[in-house]
Ligand binder design. Structure first.
Ligand code: ZN
Length: 145
């Protein structure tokens, strides 16, 4: 395992000091996703107002990759239009499916390019995607309301 590339400092920072952690008391759609292969769990709560991601909060337990990834995701998509948020989501999903061949586009992914090395480790890809898939699920439901 190339620990340097897998656990970059930015990932550890989000794990130690997660952003938007703690579920909001505001109204929103809340979903719970688990990654049984690693034991990761996240609950993501999303509110969408007029096509804009108004608030994303979450809670969870699990490995540093899963928890850092949901922290970074919540910070990246908050305040964006749903379409812009989905562009980031699609880019991150493509990065995770790249099997280590892509470095990711920092113009789109910002700090989330730190997860590029994870795509070389099939067992960890679900960890990195967990929070993003939960956001996708919750945001689709939030728009339908
Ligand atoms: Zn994990």
């Amino acid at each position: 395992m190339e620990l340097d590339s897998l656990y970059q400092q930015v990932i550890l920072d989000h794990y130690k000091r997660p952003l938007h952690k703690g579920l909001s008391k505001n109204s929103g759609v809340q979903v719970h996703h688990i990654n049984p292969s690693c034991g990761d769990e996240v609950t993501v709560k999303v509110s969408v107002n007029d096509g804009v991601v108004a608030e994303v909060t979450w809670d969870g337990v699990g490995c540093s990759i899963s928890q850092a990834s949901v922290s970074m995701m919540s910070d990246l998509v908050t305040g964006l239009g749903i379409k812009e948020a989905n562009v980031i989501l699609d880019e991150f999903t493509a990065l995770m499916q790249s099997k280590g061949t892509s470095a990711g586009d920092p113009e789109i992914l910002d700090d989330a390019v730190a997860f590029a090395g994870v795509s070389k480790y099939p067992a960890r890809i679900k960890c990195a995607l967990l929070g993003w898939m939960a956001f996708k699920d919750a945001s689709v439901q939030a728009q339908a309301q």
